[in-house]
Design a protein around this ligand. Structure first.
Ligand SMILES: [Zn+2]
Length: 394
């Protein structure tokens, strides 16, 4: 056993799968085992809310907007009493903290604004929802220089625009989405030109050419592809070859590099490595067709399966819950019971919380590092066919 991950469960067999699964769901008695932990996390979110101070982190990533997003999802999927009120209360607090400095969904103002539009629309306050959509669009118009990756930059803003449109069809016009697609594409083209790269789109964050979902090219390409506003020549001349370069440069193990220069094949987590590529490869299969990318997505899930039970802990950003979403994405795409079985074994693993947490998160209640992310995952396992990582567009 390595000191990075635990030995994986047995490979899929019909007999083992029957322990966990009933059709395309978890067996009800298996799912019921999560109820105590779900209740514990819900109580934890109440404790956390009581502890909030005016200067507490309000972002989606590791602040209280992540708790709001979790409870909003719980409300939408389970109608649990009280969750919608929590989401509204925390979202209102976050809206008072906006600065206009950052545009991304996870770390910037776009998260609280996009959620405010969706929450008000769900609450049948259409006029308010429209106002928040306008504020979200103005945020982009007024923003000063930004990063480009998902966590902090314009790709994260593209996510926010699309998130709103999943609730309110057409609320953000295609011309607006296209404007930011061009901003992101142009940055990649200019960087490639400047560095005389043979790869047509080059991005960097903090002076490093990251490849993964949070800070890197994989996350950026995912947001471009799901926008629906890239031309055929951009698709085939720029996005496709850039993706193919990421694939060619995989480690011999099949894992994906965390950055251009990194030879270290250590990280298998959503933010760095194979798990963050599964959604991208599945989407690329859908957009490009031709059957090239789907087997690669499946290979990426095999890497996660071998090395995904992280010693680090349970989080969705760099832990077991986030890695389980690789299997869920593949299951949604292929209806493969093997992939659902894999997710189910991770579900079972997560029920050991907190005994196998090798590294205590700095923000233990948060969505991306802590309890809320695990709560998000456990809640979604009630219906794996609709489960999606919280920066994914279905
Ligand atoms: Zn992470």
């Amino acid at each position: 056993m390595s000191n990075r991950y635990h030995q994986r469960p047995p490979d899929y067999s019909i007999q083992d799968a029957e322990i966990y699964l009933s059709g395309y769901q978890l067996n009800p008695y298996v799912y019921a085992k999560s109820q105590n932990l779900i209740d514990y996390f819900i109580k934890g979110s109440h404790d956390y809310i009581r502890s909030l101070e005016p200067e507490s982190d309000h972002t989606v990533y590791v602040g209280y907007s992540g708790i709001a997003l979790t409870h909003f999802m719980i409300h939408l999927k389970t109608q649990r009493p009280g969750s919608f009120e929590i989401a509204k209360q925390l979202n209102n607090m976050a809206l008072r903290r906006l600065t206009g400095r950052r545009v991304s969904f996870l770390q910037g103002d776009a998260g609280p604004l996009a959620m405010a539009a969706a929450i008000n629309f769900t609450d049948r306050n259409d006029r308010q929802a429209t106002e928040y959509v306008s504020r979200l669009i103005r945020l982009g118009e007024k923003a000063k220089r930004q990063e480009f990756e998902v966590l902090n930059g314009w790709s994260g803003y593209l996510y926010a625009l699309q998130y709103v449109n999943t609730f309110i069809t057409g609320a953000v016009p295609g011309t607006v989405i296209r404007k930011y697609v061009e901003i992101v594409l142009n940055e990649g083209m200019n960087n490639a030109h400047r560095s005389q790269s043979r790869v047509p789109l080059v991005y960097s964050w903090a002076d490093t050419n990251y490849y993964g979902a949070a800070h890197g090219v994989a996350g950026i390409l995912y947001m471009l592809l799901c926008s629906g506003f890239v031309s055929s020549s951009e698709l085939h001349g720029f996005i496709g070859p850039t993706l193919d370069n990421l694939i060619q440069r995989r480690h011999p193990s099949g894992n994906y590099r965390s950055s251009e220069d990194s030879e270290s094949d250590k990280l298998v987590q959503w933010c760095h490595g194979a798990p963050g590529f599964v959604d991208l490869l599945i989407l690329a299969d859908q957009v490009f067709g031709g059957g090239k990318y789907l087997p690669l997505a499946e290979d990426a899930t095999d890497v996660v399966w071998e090395r995904g039970l992280l010693e680090k802990g349970y989080s969705i950003c760099h832990g077991v819950s986030g890695n389980a979403y690789s299997f869920l994405a593949m299951f949604r795409k292929t209806r493969s019971l093997e992939q659902l079985y894999r997710a189910a074994t991770y579900f079972q693993w997560v029920l050991t919380y907190p005994d196998k947490e090798g590294y205590k998160p700095d923000r233990p209640y948060s969505l991306f590092e802590g309890q809320a992310g695990v709560l998000y995952f456990l809640t979604e396992m009630a219906n794996p066919e609709t489960a999606a990582f919280p920066d994914q567009i279905l």
